[in-house]
Design a protein. Sequence first.
Lengths: 115, 112
Amino acid sequence: GAGVSQSPSNKVTEKGKDVELRCDPISGHTALYWYRQSLGQGLEFLIYFQGNSAPDKSGLPSDRFSAERTGGSVSTLTIQRTQQEDSAVYLCASSLGGGNTDTQYFGPGTRLTVL
Amino acid sequence: AQSVTQPDIHITVSEGASLELRCNYSYGATPYLFWYVQSPGQGLQLLLKYFSGDTLVQGIKGFEAEFKRSQSSFNLRKPSVHWSDAAEYFCAVYGYGNKLVFGAGTILRVKS
């Protein structure tokens, strides 16, 4: 079946602009995760959704970052007033139930470049 | 707090040689451990996972890993490396709150 998809695959933006990144999880997966991969910080957890609720937002680096999930499916990560340090690959993952024995399946990522 | 250490940033092996990538974890409870692989420009693909039971787990592409609680290790092995195995490998542990905590990654180069 179809895996996790993300769009756009690449995004170049100017400092100060807002960006939206989209994630389509595997059909039927109730849990969805956002991670960020950058040269200096490696792979970092950002936020976790169970259904449409986000019980863990602890990884969001600042209040410029927000995420939502609608219909228990698609999620959007929004970064407002982008800064150069936001440049990274943003990875989305989904899992069947969100438990710690559930495998997380990753999408190909969105590469964000802030000029 | 939970953490994962991958001591080797880069490893180079000859094609056909054996491979071992090291991973050490810090976690208070029973760890759930994973190895993922990332090829350039790609997302993360799961190679194998350990939850419980047999400490030697088999994965895809001929990889295996051994969980050693006494050493807090979960090293990844392959008996004979192929050029297509060149990629970056990440060890991860399930942390509190259902999030994966990743190591820094090991870049594998394969010499022909």
